[in-house]
Design a protein around this ligand. Structure first.
Ligand SMILES: C[S@@+](CC[C@H](N)C(=O)[O-])C[C@H]1O[C@@H](n2cnc3c(N)ncnc32)[C@H](O)[C@@H]1O
Length: 186
């Protein structure tokens, strides 16, 4: 895991509509994100996944959007207003040592960590916090860009998540992406 953080200009590239041909957010998330759920998007950037997540949880759900860069969240908020989903969004700027995920009495049903774990200084801290904040039986979807992140690095991330208590539920088959769904054992 290295500590280089994705620049804001790359945040715009990540919104490229062609990306949906490789990673269709609805296809990827529909099996796990249901109406009324409380979900989190870690390293959300400008919301390639957060906005589809908001559409899937609907007006009775909530999407907590976490990023270390305020400019990413500001752009996401503008996009969420335009998409008419801002009412279900909760934006949180995190630090290098905490995701600031916790809200007392409100655990999460599902958390997404797409293309972010390789940027954090301590993956173990991140997985521990996510594990604590998920409901028993809650899911974590970990995805990393293949090539940019090697299979060996991804495998190490999976082992760290397991060490923090997660159980692998499913390995995902997505083009140019390494992906695993974990469960917090009930
Ligand atoms: C490559 S982008 C991925 C964006 C989005 N998840 C996606 O798949 O389109 C990585 C994002 O993670 C954020 N990030 C980097 N380090 C972080 C950390 N320690 N905690 C939370 N977010 C972080 C960056 O600011 C950036 O917005």
């Amino acid at each position: 895991m290295n500590e280089s953080v994705c620049p804001v200009w790359v945040g715009y590239l990540l919104l490229n509509p062609l990306r949906k041909k490789l990673q269709n957010p609805e296809h990827l998330l529909t099996p796990y994100v249901k109406p009324g759920m409380r979900v989190g998007d870690i390293g959300c950037a400008m919301g390639f996944f957060s906005i589809p997540m908001a559409e899937l949880v609907g007006d009775t759900g909530q999407v907590v959007c976490v990023d270390i860069q305020e400019r990413m969240l500001k752009k996401l908020k503008k996009r969420a207003v335009k998409a008419r989903v801002n009412n279900v969004m909760d934006y949180r700027i995190c630090s290098r040592t905490s995701l600031h995920l916790a809200t007392p009495g409100q655990p999460y049903d599902f958390i997404l960590a797409s293309a972010v774990v390789h940027e954090v200084p301590d993956a173990s801290l991140l997985f521990t916090e996510i594990f604590q904040e998920l409901k028993p039986g809650g899911r974590l979807l970990l995805a990393e860009p293949a090539g940019h992140v090697s299979q060996a690095t991804f495998d190490r991330e999976v082992v760290i998540a397991e060490t923090c208590g997660f159980r692998v539920m499913k390995t995902l088959e997505i083009r140019r992406t390494l992906g695993v769904v974990f469960e917090k054992p009930a």
